[in-house]
Design a protein. Structure first.
Length: 539
């Protein structure tokens, strides 16, 4: 027993001496004496150069901390001599003793003069790809925020650049200053952020400030930024007067437990444009969310907006128009899981044209959607409207923009369009109870009711009256909406352009009943006049 006691005392004494030796070693350790080892280790792990031009300080008690000056990480190969990351000063401290009880009390994180240069080359390779592991590591259990107390974040004079050689664009955010209050679990967080920004496409400089209060309830998975205020000054050669102000105010709430999000009382005022909105969304974590929205937009000068965005030659073309206003009021709801969209109110004016109506659609993500709509549209210049809409089309050959250019040479570009439609492709039924249009000097009106339209033997009943001075132009216009490489109507329209002006005029009045299932075709009224030809009768 005495031997055991002596051995225990000996081991305890030895352990005590080792602990003292470790504490003394750590307390007297100067990390600056080991810079070469640190630099070599980073080179080995990342293949990049590391420069430590300033002092490194370590503290152990009561705060376990790191403070460093003049830290620079080199760029990836092929991205030039500009560093990937540099910071003048960084300081991070965490209280030592609470860590033993799995409590994490972090002091305010200080970062001063940080610079991050992000880039993409012409081949689409990013300068951080080599720092990202190809195989994702096994995720560790996240740190419980109830055990974390953060004194705040203090970022001063930071800078971020983005150079994309594949699109020849460059963006820069500089003089970034951000501070927060103490981050204590369950307590609101005050956020303050300011920065400067500039871009080359479009050529704009920005000075901005953002303030807000972040609240969160982790137990119930509820988060909010309320209020959120953003103020900015925009400068650019295309901005009237060289400078304008941007004001944004809103409140954002997210409830992950209920899978909902709300944007309330959004108000945006910028570049002569005002936007008011309220948006509610559900199933936000799914690929098929639901949205309810009320939206009002009013823009004084569309040409100005396109010019600032450097969308040419459309901006210059719009600038020649007298009426360049844009207004939109709408109330809509959409459920992408069911494929339903309900626009209960739609009122828009653009470049002198107006659109009013409502639309309800169901099963739009299927092959058998259903539509019910009432739409009225009119305006002085269909060509310009199509060219504006064509700017938002995708693909190499936007049809709307091409059609708009073709119509630009016509003298009469006015249009009127009215339609009432009820269609259900699942049943195969369609009822165009009202249709009238005036386009290119032509007038068209009628009604069509169809059934079994998705079968090989549909049936049609209705009447149609049309007249106008130029049948070839109308056929070419209709051919733009046909599929295929060589649309039949467009082809015939081109062939007929050689006829005389008088022969181009046309009039059609027909009443029909066609049932392909029974093989019956009935024309109770038929009158056609065009190309010097007159046909009248019934069949």
């Amino acid at each position: 027993m005495k031997a055991l006691i002596k051995l225990s005392l000996y081991l305890t004494g030895l352990l005590f001496i080792l602990v003292i030796a470790v504490v003394v070693t750590l307390a007297t350790l100067d990390p600056n004496d080991h810079k070469d080892w640190i630099i070599a280790k980073v080179q080995q792990q990342t293949g990049r150069t590391l420069a430590l031009d300033g002092d490194i300080k370590l503290t152990f008690y009561p705060w376990l901390g790191l403070e460093a000056n003049g830290v620079t990480l080199g760029n990836a190969a092929g991205f030039g001599d500009q560093p990937f990351f540099h910071t003048k000063h960084v300081k991070f401290r965490i209280k030592l003793l609470p860590i033993l009880q799995k409590q994490y009390e972090v002091d305010t994180i200080h970062i001063d003069g940080a610079v991050i240069n992000l880039a993409k080359n012409k081949q689409g390779v990013n300068n951080w790809d080599d720092l990202v592991d190809a195989e994702p590591k096994q995720q560790q259990e996240p740190l419980p925020l109830t055990a974390l107390v953060l004194g705040g974040v203090d970022i001063k004079d930071a800078k971020l650049t983005w150079q994309d050689d594949s699109t020849a664009t460059r963006y820069e955010i500089s003089r970034v200053n951000m501070s927060t209050g103490a981050l204590v679990y369950g307590e609101p967080i005050d956020l303050s952020l300011s920065f400067n920004a500039l871009a080359n496409k479009p050529d704009i400089q920005v000075t901005a400030e953002l303030t807000g209060t972040i609240a969160y309830d982790l137990d119930n998975e509820r988060y909010s930024i309320k209020p959120l205020a953003f103020r900015a000054s925009l400068k650019g050669k295309n901005i009237p007067g060289g400078e304008t102000q941007v004001l944004l105010a809103t409140a954002i709430e997210v409830n992950l437990a209920e899978d909902t999000a709300t944007i309330s009382d959004l108000s945006l005022d910028a570049l002569g444009t005002q936007v008011l909105a309220n948006i509610k969304a559900s199933k936000i974590q799914s690929a098929t969310p639901s949205v309810q929205a009320e939206l009002k937009i009013k823009a004084a000068d569309m040409a100005q907006l396109f010019k600032i965005a450097e969308i040419e030659p459309l901006a210059s073309q719009l600038a020649k128009l007298k009426n360049r206003q844009f207004k939109l009021n709408t109330i809509l709801s959409a459920d992408m899981a069911r494929g339903d969209v309900d626009i209960s109110e739609l009122s828009a004016t653009m470049l002198g044209a107006s659109l009013n109506g409502k639309l309800k659609a169901t099963n739009i993500q299927s092959d058998t959607p259903a539509f019910k709509a009432e739409l009225n549209a009119s305006g002085p210049d269909l060509s310009t409207l199509l060219r504006v809409a064509g700017q938002f089309e995708r693909g190499e050959n936007p049809k709307l923009a091409t059609l708009g250019k073709q119509l630009a040479g016509l003298k009469d570009r006015k249009f009127v369009f009215k339609v009432a439609l009820d269609a259900d492709l699942m049943r195969g039924d369609m009822d165009i109870s009202r249709f009238s249009a005036k386009l290119l000097g032509a007038s068209i009106q009628g009604r069509v009711k169809a059934s079994s339209i998705q079968s090989e033997t549909p049936s049609f009943q209705g009447n149609l009256q049309a007249s106008g001075p130029d049948l070839p132009s109308l056929l070419q216009l209709a051919g733009q909406f046909q599929g295929g490489k060589d649309p039949v109507m467009a082809k015939y329209g081109k062939q007929l352009t050689a006829v005389s002006t008088k022969q181009k005029a046309f009039s059609v009045d027909v009443k029909f009943d066609v049932d392909l299932k029974s093989g019956d075709v009935e024309l109770t009224k038929l009158s056609v006049k065009t190309l010097g030809l007159t046909v009248a009768g019934n069949l």
